[in-house]
Write a protein that binds this ligand. Structure first.
Ligand SMILES: [Zn+2]
Length: 236
């Protein structure tokens, strides 16, 4: 028999985007005990929402969030985080408060570590992209995957390249403008990208760092001067 906690967990997964709208819609019509979790009015709203309309789904999610927070008190934020999530630096304290760092990957992947929430015991793989976009990238980990890291030092591939972290930042719509177009953060990241991805072009650098092609050219020159790394010049 499903407990209220299971129901609430499932609804949180929908709210944070880990369950597709269609799947959730099918589920609510057949989920037992949903009526007793919510007031009759709210339950009616749940089953009468037009799930094909994104604005209605957005309103529903916002309302659900408030309802769920009233129904159950958590000591951590894990239930609100998507399986793949991004937290901006500066907003990370409430999330990281319950996180315990278990192990760091160490050099050369200085950004990568494994955390466990002390409250709900959830494992998270964390990548700190602290150079360009100032974000923490999180991936929910099953216990079996976490033990591969802890016992065998086998890490998933997702965050092993700095290029992937920059891509994720870009996909999440996060960008940072540097006052100095050849600031050391940009230059060092360019050097690392060139080492990590032999044959990389200035076009790719410009895409990953979210700078213009001209600036990427200047960064490539600077990277060559400082470190001797070669970057293919793209003509636009
Ligand atoms: Zn937690």
């Amino acid at each position: 028999m499903r407990s209220s906690k299971d129901l609430i967990d499932k609804i949180w997964r929908f709210v944070r985007g880990d369950i597709a709208v269609r799947e959730f819609e099918n589920w609510i019509y057949q989920a037992e005990k949903l009526e007793i979790l919510f007031s009759p009015d709210f339950y009616l709203m749940l089953i009468s929402t037009d799930y094909s309309k994104s604005d209605e789904v957005f309103v529903l999610k916002t309302n659900l969030k408030a309802k769920l927070n009233a129904l159950m008190v958590y000591d951590c934020m894990c239930h609100t985080l998507s399986n793949d999530d991004v937290v901006e630096m500066g907003n990370h304290d409430p999330v990281f408060e319950s996180f315990n760092e278990l192990v760091k990957y160490g050099k050369p992947l200085w950004w990568l570590w494994l955390a466990q929430c002390q409250s709900c015991k959830q494992y998270w793989m964390v990548a700190g992209e602290e150079r360009i976009n100032d974000i923490f990238i999180l991936k929910r980990m099953m216990a079996s995957k976490a033990s591969e890291i802890l016992e065998d030092d086998v890490w998933p591939e997702e965050f092993k390249k700095y290029k992937s972290l920059l891509r994720i930042g870009r996909e999440w719509g996060i960008s940072w403008t540097f006052e100095n177009p050849i600031s050391s953060a940009l230059v060092h990241t360019t050097i690392d990208l060139a080492r990590e991805n032999p044959g990389i072009s200035t076009k790719e650098i410009s895409h990953l760092l979210q700078v213009g092609l001209k600036q990427a050219d200047a960064l490539a020159s600077e990277a060559y001067k400082k470190d001797g790394v070669k970057i293919i010049r793209s003509s636009d």
